[in-house]
Design a protein around this ligand. Structure first.
Ligand SMILES: [Zn+2]
Length: 189
């Protein structure tokens, strides 16, 4: 009588590694993928007005829309050209823009933005100030990364925040207004 040896089961295919799973709430970072915009985008303009309103007088618009390449990276379209980026400066100016403790005040606002990133359509924030080479927050990691080598022109020591938002927010000033009301006033949309 032939013994029916149990066949060795083949090793099962292991499930894919999940080490690159994104954190909860993370979204795709689009960079300059939507290409140049023909004009400033109304939702971005509104986002800037709201940022200035809620940053305790510490921030002013040091440049948003413009057709240009990234600083220090010729041939790479700046996100400013897409109409979804702004440089918000906290430099204390003789004409009353900014505040002496502008970084501290504006950091409270930026931290609130990062904590409500998806509500406010945040894609990226670059902080040019810290040693050694600045740092950046991005929506696809939902976290800051401290740059360990020269990465962005203006760091360290740059006294402004570079902020990028989603196309959806950049095109919809009413959505932007509603989002800021919800996040900063607790008024539901
Ligand atoms: Zn910028």
């Amino acid at each position: 009588m032939a013994t029916n040896k149990a066949k060795k089961t083949k090793p099962q295919i292991k499930p894919a590694k999940t080490t690159n799973t994104r954190p909860p709430g993370a979204t795709d970072y689009i960079g300059n993928a939507d290409g140049p915009a023909k004009a400033p985008r109304p939702g971005m303009d509104e986002w800037i007005r709201q940022a200035i309103k809620y940053a305790n007088g510490s921030l002013w618009n040091n440049g948003s829309y413009g057709q240009r390449d990234m600083k220090g990276k010729p041939g790479t379209l700046s996100v400013h050209a897409t109409g979804r980026a702004v440089d918000l400066s906290y430099r204390d100016m003789p004409d009353h823009r900014g505040k002496p403790n502008g970084r501290q005040l504006s950091k409270v606002f930026i931290d609130a933005c990062v904590a409500n990133a998806n509500e406010l359509g945040l894609q990226m924030v670059i902080d040019y100030w810290p040693q050694p080479f600045g740092r950046a927050w991005r929506c696809d990691r939902m976290a800051w990364q401290v740059y360990q080598k020269p990465t962005v022109s203006g760091a360290p020591g740059g006294d402004w925040w570079h902020v990028e938002i989603t196309p959806k927010m950049a095109d919809d000033p009413n959505l932007v207004k509603a989002a800021f009301l919800k996040v900063f006033e607790g008024i539901p949309a």
